[in-house]
Write a new protein. Structure first.
Length: 318
């Protein structure tokens, strides 16, 4: 098995020179705006020509279709527009450039307008706008299932808006190891020792690649409702962080006899930097649940974005 190359190696060899060319069609057209009825706010109107089936036909107008990409990247989002922009730009520098699905889980009208401005031929924007959830992690599971339902490529890469790939050949390398015999590769979910030891055999969704024909064959989903009704996990256990986003999905993998291949281990409460990723853990969620932690994470995010932008500049210059 060929070892993954580190970013330091990538910076000095052909990896960067093989980046995917910037496609002219991937640049979003300027968004039209109109006044919002009854208020002074302005509502961004999407570039309707990209939307199927009414405006673009069921087959779409883009020359390169979603199914022409080897990998689709799925990013749940909530009020973190600047990290998301950088995350997408980092993905566009991959040697195996992915199609991108952003699934927003309840951002403000202003942020939704900014999200629409990111829509392009290689980026789809989708919105989930529920009024209530049974668990704090349930909106993320919904976003992951929306992404899996919309995935039209062979591989789906689940990641976060606060996670920036550090290796430009990451998707190329990991997809070469993924297939029907090895359908799930990613980081082990972060420790939950205070509640259970089950996390030790569960894959997270920080940087996880799925072989979608296999995932579809076994019917694997992230649904917390399914986690509760099929596997008996309560929505509220009295232990913070358990059950969590990954619980139900991993139970389905286990029932199908699939053991994830771990390429690393997620860690709690820190900025996790290794050869593959730069992940500001819980940046989005802490905006809602922990102001004190978010202040600390914001400093990490500022540094992570600056370093990611430097890598983007270097990639585009080669």
């Amino acid at each position: 098995m060929t070892p993954l190359r580190s970013i330091s190696e990538a910076l000095g060899n052909r990896v960067l020179s093989r980046k995917a060319p910037v496609e002219r069609s991937a640049v979003p057209a300027p968004a039209r705006q109109r006044p919002c009825s009854g208020c002074d706010q302005r509502v961004t109107v999407v570039n309707e020509s990209l939307l199927a089936p009414v405006f673009a036909g069921w087959n779409g107008k883009a020359i390169k279709k979603p199914w022409d990409y080897k990998v689709t990247a799925a990013i749940p989002h909530l009020e973190t527009i600047e990290p998301l922009r950088v995350c997408i730009d980092v993905l566009r520098c991959q040697t195996e450039r992915p199609y991108v699905l952003v699934v927003d889980t309840g951002s403000s009208q202003k942020t939704r307008a900014e999200l629409e401005a990111l829509r392009a031929e290689d980026v789809e924007i989708h919105f989930v706008a529920a009024h209530a959830y049974r668990h704090a992690s349930e909106p993320v599971t919904v976003a992951l299932d929306v992404a899996q339902a919309l995935c039209r490529s062979e591989y789906l890469f689940h990641t976060h808006a606060d996670c920036f790939l550090r290796r430009f050949d990451f998707l190329e390398s990991i997809s070469s190891r993924c297939g029907a015999e090895n359908p799930v590769l990613g980081y082990r979910m972060s420790p939950r020792d205070w509640a259970t030891d089950e996390w030790k055999w569960m894959v997270g969704h920080t940087a996880t690649l799925l072989h979608m024909p296999t995932i579809e064959r076994i019917g694997a989903t992230w649904s917390m409702g399914r986690m509760n009704s099929v596997y008996g996990y309560p929505f509220k256990s009295g232990c913070g962080g358990w059950p969590d986003t990954e619980t139900g999905f991993n139970c389905i993998l286990r029932d199908a006899g699939i053991k994830p291949t771990f390429i690393g281990d997620d860690r709690n409460g820190e900025r996790q930097v290794d050869e593959n990723i730069d992940h500001v853990r819980s940046y989005a969620g802490s905006k809602i649940y922990s102001e004190k932690y978010h202040q600390k994470a914001s400093g990490w995010m500022e540094a992570a974005i600056a370093e990611a932008k430097a890598r983007i500049t270097l990639a585009r210059a080669r």
